[in-house]
Design a protein around this ligand. Structure first.
Ligand code: SDX
Length: 430
């Protein structure tokens, strides 16, 4: 409930609005009645000062570099937990006990297979189609095959759809990869854990068995944890807005994948690795730093900067540590891209421009090096991000659907177009 009020005065008129407190982070001013009472809208393109909802799932303190999932720091979840435990936490609000975890793991594991008919979807794509294009198409098509879990008013169907999404994304992502490289699909195996199963579906071939290295499977699982959820980012806001119309969760997830693809968002991991490859050697770093600072040059340092983090992205620190572990395990410590990345980070963090604009490495800066070391092509990087983020989208969608205050999202605008004018027949136009 509101215990404080904000007053807005325009000329001789003034209006009071309730202020709601939070458990962490900024309080909010409820301006939902502003238009009906004052005939005016607020104006906030990019939503830099706008809370679109109230949520209990994830909290970010961008100034300090803190990320909590249901109150638990990302560092502790990444260190001590696994991805499916994080999925349970995001969906249900508490860490599972032994029985709950075993049951959740069992249910996800037994939803990993895809309707056999769906494998035909892939043959409609060119082999060189970007795997993200395939993901948008195939995930959107899930509602054509699993219509028995599309009634969003039924809690049971919402639960089944959520499990299906989390369980099937690795299978679909691996199939997109296999199709892209012209190899046969590999079915999931129920005796493998989530990350190991995914690595095997990507890298096993019919002619020999593939046993995922435990260190690499653990690194993959941790990368999934780091990408699981992140408050009201662009793709999550897309999923919430799509869901607010009553669209089914498969269609909403496809909308989230489409939004995540952008290089300013989830596509930055692919763009960051391409940038490191373009820089090539540490001696070329100053040239790119200057380009990033040049207002007339559209080039940006990919993997740097963030709308919320004005300090180091806590996920990037864990990602960097994981990068070193994976490279050590694979014996290619000397990956020249890592040398370029470390040197670039060192230079950027001491450069006046980056300090003034509070630009730090974000989750996408190191992830590309790790994923490349694990054997993935750059075109698969954002696919892996979407695989992991599916649980965040679904958890936020579930929270929205179950919110009694929920209504269709419908922003307004500041109109600067033509005032009303009459039609001019073609014969009378200049
Ligand atoms: C993700 O929201 C989330 O939570 C997203 C995410 C998640 O988990 O869901 O964390 C995942 O998307 C991480 C971000 C990945 N994107 C990139 O790494 C792309 C490069 N970064 C930028 O495009 C940018 O920093 C954004 C898009 C991330 C943030 O953009 P903002 O908040 O709109 O900031 P801005 O573009 O207004 O930049 C502020 C200033 C500008 O200079 P001025 O106009 O004030 O002079 O900083 C500059 C920008 O030019 N700037 C950069 C820069 N990022 C911002 N300059 C050089 N290189 C950069 N990377």
């Amino acid at each position: 409930m509101a215990d404080k009020k904000a007053t807005l005065s325009i000329g001789k008129e003034s209006w009071e609005f309730p202020i709601y407190g939070s458990t962490l982070g900024p309080e909010v001013v409820d301006i939902s009645s502003l238009y009906t009472r004052s005939g005016r809208f607020t104006y906030d393109p990019g939503f830099t000062s706008t809370a679109s909802c109230d949520s209990d799932i994830t909290y970010i303190d961008g100034d300090v570099g803190i990320l909590l999932h249901r109150g638990y720091p990302i560092e502790q979840l990444a260190e001590h937990g696994d991805f499916l435990e994080t999925c349970y936490l995001l969906l249900y609000g508490e860490l599972p006990n032994k029985a709950q975890k075993a049951d959740f793991d069992y249910r996800v594991t037994h939803h990993t297979m895809l309707h056999e008919q769906m494998s035909r979807f892939f043959t409609g794509f060119r082999r060189d189609a970007h795997p993200m294009a395939i993901m948008v198409g195939v995930v959107g098509a899930l509602s054509a095959f699993y219509h028995d879990s599309t009634d969003i008013s039924d809690p049971h169907q919402r639960m089944v759809a959520s499990l299906r999404m989390i369980a099937k994304m690795p299978t679909i992502a691996a199939m997109a990869y296999k199709y892209h490289i012209g190899q046969p699909f590999v079915y999931p195996k129920n005796d493998l854990d989530y990350a190991a199963n995914f690595l095997r579906m990507c890298f096993a071939v019919p002619c020999e068995e593939y046993k995922p290295e435990p260190v690499l499977a653990r690194a993959m699982d941790r990368i999934f944890i780091l990408h699981a959820d992140h408050e009201q980012n662009a793709s999550t806001s897309t999923v919430r807005l799509a869901g607010s119309s009553g669209a089914n969760p498969f269609a909403c997830t496809a909308a989230g994948i489409a939004c995540l693809w952008g290089p300013a968002h989830g596509g930055a991991n692919e763009a960051a690795l391409n940038m490191l490859q373009e820089i090539g050697t540490p001696d070329r770093i100053p040239e790119f730093i200057e380009r990033a600072k040049d207002k007339d040059d559209p080039f940006r340092l990919m993997g740097f900067g963030h709308r919320v983090y004005k300090n180091y992205d806590p996920r990037a620190k864990i990602m960097q540590k994981t990068t070193h572990e994976v490279l050590a395990e694979l014996g290619n410590r000397g990956d020249p891209l890592l040398d370029v990345a470390m040197e670039l980070e060192k230079i950027a963090l001491t450069d006046e421009y980056f300090i003034e604009k509070k630009l730090y490495p974000n989750i996408d800066f190191y992830s590309g090096i790790t994923l490349k070391a694990l054997g993935f092509p750059t075109t698969m990087f954002t696919v892996l991000f979407s695989l992991a983020r599916t649980v965040g989208w679904i958890a936020q969608w579930k929270e929205m659907i179950e919110d009694p205050k929920q209504r269709i999202g419908r922003p307004r605008q500041l109109y600067n177009g033509e005032v009303q004018r009459d039609y001019v027949p073609l014969t009378k136009r200049g």
